[in-house]
Design a protein around this ligand. Structure first.
Ligand code: NCD
Length: 327
């Protein structure tokens, strides 16, 4: 007897012809607007399934290797939760000091090892370009969960899904998005600026002088015809912003700790400054936050950063199902 599918759009059979089957997810540059609509459609269905049945067997028998060479709370646990909600299981490697990496094993060798045991590998690594190196070594799909100051594509996808869900998909064209904080080392904003350039948005960058958005990212965004402007004061752009995307100053990436001390408290979003913002807008943050958003703002309905984490679960479920040929 054929097993019944949990949803007509989430078939049990592996579809080797599906567009994302077996693909790596390394950069947001791989996604078109049509791809986003597809990912978000699947994420939407995942949300419905989690709400209705909690856990289901779409990826039963599949194994994810979750390989983290840098600290993580949300990305690591949401990929684990995503795999388990889909009925699959996880090999967690968070403490690389207890793995053969501490014996000097290279990244390609570690990847080749893990793919003997797992069907998909999620990788976070301190070096830019490491996810591409891993993907080259692997036969199984590799998902980039942050490569140094490079990219964090699954975060940018969940950030864009958050904007769609909170403000309406039809509202994205014409929106003003302001990115605040450490735009130099923050990989989430590097990916998000690139991904949002698929839409007719206006991008504002507010940062200390030494933490500006890299020229390479700005050039790519400019090529898409997206207006971008840099500011040093949030006050100058907050009233016009539909999305305020706040980031942490990335302490661990500074060469000179004295530089970090100079800029660590440059911006604080609090209830007072938010009086000048629109009523219909959202404040986002990839988290963890340090001091850049005051906790007294958390109860404001515009504070979307906790809801943003939940959207991440559904997007990561969608991505895992896609690369494993089940969506
Ligand atoms: C971000 C990261 O690791 O780049 N966190 C996350 O994945 N949610 C942001 C950060 O560490 O500041």
């Amino acid at each position: 007897m054929p097993t019944q599918s949990p949803s007509p759009h989430l078939p049990f059979g592996e579809n080797k012809n599906a567009a994302w089957y077996g693909k790596d997810i390394i950069s947001v540059k791989q996604f078109s607007r049509a791809d986003l609509e597809y990912v978000f459609g699947v994420a939407h269905e995942m949300r419905g399934m989690v709400e209705r049945v909690g856990t289901f067997d779409l990826l039963k028998g599949k194994i994810l290797a979750n390989l983290f060479y840098e600290p993580s709370t949300r990305t690591s646990s949401s990929f684990t939760a995503a795999m388990e909600r889909l009925g699959g299981s996880v090999i967690p490697i968070n403490e690389v000091k207890y793995s053969s990496v501490s014996k000097g094993e290279s990244l390609p060798d570690t990847i080749r090892t893990l793919e003997c045991y797992a069907d998909v590998i999620v990788l976070r690594h301190p070096e830019t370009g490491s996810a591409a190196i891993a993907a080259k070594a692997a036969r199984k799909p590799v998902i980039n969960a942050g490569d140094g100051v490079g990219e964090h594509p699954t975060q940018a996808l969940l950030d864009t899904f958050t904007i769609f869900e909170e403000l309406g998909a039809g509202q994205v064209d014409g929106m003003t998005v302001t990115m605040l904080g450490d735009l130099k080392y923050g990989r989430t904003v590097h990916s998000l600026a690139r991904l949002l350039s698929l839409f007719k948005v206006r991008l504002n960058y507010v940062s200390p002088d030494i933490l500006k958005m890299p020229k390479e990212v700005m050039d790519e965004v400019a090529e898409k015809g997206i207006p971008q402007a840099e500011f040093s004061k949030l006050e100058d752009v907050l009233p016009e912003s539909d999305v305020l995307y706040v980031t942490r100053v990335q302490k661990e990436r500074f060469e000179d700790p004295a530089d970090y001390e100079k800029v660590k408290n440059s911006f604080v979003v609090d209830t007072e400054i938010m009086k000048t913002a629109k009523k219909e807008m959202i404040v986002m943050h990839p988290l963890p936050r340090v001091t850049e958003i005051s906790m007294d703002f958390d109860d404001d309905p515009r504070a979307a950063y906790f809801r943003q984490m939940e959207y991440g679960l559904y997007v990561r479920m969608a991505l895992l199902a896609m690369v494993l040929g089940k969506a």
